[in-house]
Design a protein around this ligand. Sequence first.
Ligand SMILES: Cc1cc2nc3c(=O)[nH]c(=O)nc-3n(C[C@H](O)[C@H](O)[C@H](O)COP(=O)(O)OP(=O)(O)OC[C@H]3O[C@@H](n4cnc5c(N)ncnc54)[C@H](O)[C@@H]3O)c2cc1C
Length: 409
Amino acid sequence: MDELTEYDVLIIGGAMVGGSLALGLLDSGLRVAIIDATRPEERLASSAGERAIALSQGSVQLLDRLGLWAAIGSRAAAIKRIHISDRGHFGKARLSAEKEGVKALGYVATAHTIEMAIHNRLQKAGVELFCPAELIAIEAGSNGAEITVSREGKKQKFRCQLVVGADGGQSTVRQLNHIEQEIREYHQTVVSVVVRPGINGKETAYERFTSSGPLAFLPIEGGLYSVVWTMDGADVEEIMALPDERFLERLQECFGYKLGKLELAGKRGAFPLCLVRAKEMLAPRALLIGNASHQIHPVGGQGFNLGLRDAAQLAEQLLAASEEGRDLGDEAVLRKYSELREKDHKAVIEATDGLVRLFSSDFGPLALARNVGLVAMDHLPVTKSAISRFAMGLSGRMPRLQTRQGEKV
Ligand SMILES: Cc1cc2nc3c(=O)[nH]c(=O)nc-3n(C[C@H](O)[C@H](O)[C@H](O)COP(=O)(O)OP(=O)(O)OC[C@H]3O[C@@H](n4cnc5c(N)ncnc54)[C@H](O)[C@@H]3O)c2cc1C
C-alpha cells in the first residue's frame, strides 16, 4: 500500500460535472484532485461521445467563467429557433432568439467537445488526476475522510476534508454511503444518431412529440443534426438492428421532411431511460453532484445544465467556507449547499418528468390538452417567454459564478 496522500477536496468522477467543479476551484489555494475509473478518450470513443448536449444560455455563461467557452463555442452550433410540434395533432409552438432579444436560445456541442475542453484545461492548470483509479472504500471521521482506490491492481489511500461524488448514475460514493435511490422507470430508450439534412436547417432545433415519445433534432457543427429519438423499450432492439436504409426510412416517417431527405452521418447509440434520484445529496464528509444525485430524461436537454449549476454552486460554497477558515466537510457547509440546490433540482425534475408523461400519452383529453397548450404557448408571449427563460437556464437562482459581472457571451 502506498503512503497516504492529503487533499482538501477529492472529486470522484472527472467527466463533465466533476471536471467543471475542479475548474471552479482553480486558484483557490485548495488542494484538489480527481479520481476517475476511466480515461476520457475511452469514455468518449463510442457513440456516447457523439451525443449532442444542448447548452442553455446560463450554462454558456458558466462555461465562460470557467475559461472553457472559447474552446467549446468554436465547435458549438447556435440554436436561433426552437420548433415544437405534436405528431398527428394540430399543436405547434415556436420559440425565437430574436423575440427573446438574445443572440441564441442555446448552443449544442457534442459531449466529446465539452469533455475534451474540460480535460485539456485541467491538464494545463496542473490539476492532479488519478486515472484509471476506482473508488472502493470511504471512511469518514471527525477530522477528515479516508478513501481507498484501486489503481493498477494495487490499493491506494487518500485523506481529505470532503469527498465529492460526481461519479454518475451508478455512483459508488452514494452506494458506499448507503444513500438510496428513487427510480422511476419510463420503459423507454433513447436512440441517438447524427444525420446530414437535405436542406439547410437554419439554426433551428426541432422537438417533435410522437406517441412513443419525444424526437429531437438538434443542430450541431458542420450543418449536421444530432437526433435524440425516444422510443418504447420494446421497439429498440428492432430499430437498432435495422439496416441503415430502413432505419432512415423509419426516422423520416416519424419526423417528416422539414429538413429534406436525411442521410446518416454517425453511429447509432442506445441509452435506456429512467429518472434516478438519490434520496439525499449529503452524507458525512460527502456530497453528490450531477448524475450521481439526479439522472433525468434527456427530453428537455437539462441533465448537464443542472449538473453544471451544482458544480458552480458547490465551488461558490467551498470558496466561501475556505475564506472563513471552516472545515470543508462540516455538515453545516454541506447542508447549505443541499438546501440551495433543492429547488432547482425539483423544478427541473418535475418539468422534465411532466413533459415525458404528458407527451407520451395518447389518451384523448391529454393529447387535446397538450395541443391546446402548444397553441396557447405560441400565442401567449408571457408563457412563451417564461418557457424560453427556463429552456435557456436563466430562471431561478443562479450560482454567483454565473452572475458575476463580465463581458457578454
Ligand atoms: C442521449 C442523451 C442526451 C443528452 N442530452 C443532454 C442535453 O442535451 N443537455 C444536457 O444538459 N444534458 C444532456 N444529457 C445528460 C448529460 O449527458 C448528463 O447529465 C451528464 O453527462 C452527466 O455528467 P456527470 O459528470 O454527472 O456524470 P457521468 O458523465 O456519468 O460521469 C461519471 C464519471 O465518474 C466516473 N466513475 C464512476 N464510478 C467511479 C468510481 N467508482 N471511481 C472513480 N470514478 C468513477 C466515470 O468513469 C465517469 O467519468 C443527455 C444524456 C443522454 C444519455
